[in-house]
Design a protein around this ligand. Sequence first.
Ligand SMILES: [Zn+2]
Ligand SMILES: [Zn+2]
Length: 358
Amino acid sequence: MRAAVLHEIGQDKLEVLDDVEAVGFGPGKVRLRIRATGLCHSDVSAMSGVLPQPAPFIPGHEGAGEVVDIGDGVTGLTAGDRVLVCWLPACGACPSCRRGQTQLCLAGFMNAGTPNFKRPGGDVFGFAGTGTFTEEVVVDAGCAVPIPDDVPYEIAALIGCGVTTGLGAAINTAQVEAGSSVAVIGCGGVGISTIQGARVQGAAQIVAVDPVASRREAALRFGATEAVSPDELGDAKQRITAGEGFDYVFEVVGKSATARTAYENTRRGGTLCVVGAGAMDDNFQVNMFELFFDEKRILPSMYGGGDVLRSYERAIALWRAGRIDLESMITHRVRLDGINDALDQMRTGESLRTCIEL
Ligand SMILES: [Zn+2]
Ligand SMILES: [Zn+2]
């Protein structure tokens, strides 16, 4: 079958090959036919080595498709079911799951060292235990989450990562208050979802911050009340908050420099919410005096910062009610052959989300 493979970490192009096989099917597993997958910034970060990932590997973790086959012991799924791919399946039994924090369950990472695919040349891994830039993938049953019939595959795919991450940061983690001031630094697919989450929560001002003009324009369409380049943020802070700083600042880039900017633009007693996925050797610095004296809350948010299945259901409910716009987030559509163009468009900031149809 066809799949897009990265041969070595650090390469910037994928090779689309016809000789890939999904492996590992058996008890507790399901085989999926992927129909749509989004290109998420974490895919690019794994390719470049910012996020840890063994190679060769097939990127993609934001997917949806149908169940082709179920292994022994799998309950609640049958062949033909329409599902989205959850890259962080909850085991339901560990301390994190029992607390309702399924986004912190580590069970899914136990498979990270096991190849999901093979080729005549050898083993191939799947990103984040999934790997959706492929026609078929074998995953744990917990990674296959049934979706209602009215949710198209391309919408379900977005909910599988970026939308859940961004919405959840505003709703679950920061719990943005009605009438508050918000800044969102980084306006790709996750940042746009954060803006939509802040709007749903009733924020009065939502300032989108991004160096790319097309992303700033997009942010205004999704609920930002104004959009500025990074060097205009100080001015916006002065104007909107009388210099005090925003009630909430979301860092959706994954770099210590932007996290520091976010910290400095958060008001005393306000909330810095870190949504971006960054590197292990990139250290965020806060001195002990400011940490104590300014009482800014630093809240990291992974995969929406709450129960993952609940976050999916809420995203679907908000989308169905027309309170968030997911269709317009898909700015580009390609077949698998167009994946390298899509990667370039993401790196330059030209695309919000590219949907790859399989
Ligand atoms: Zn668990
Ligand atoms: Zn993602």
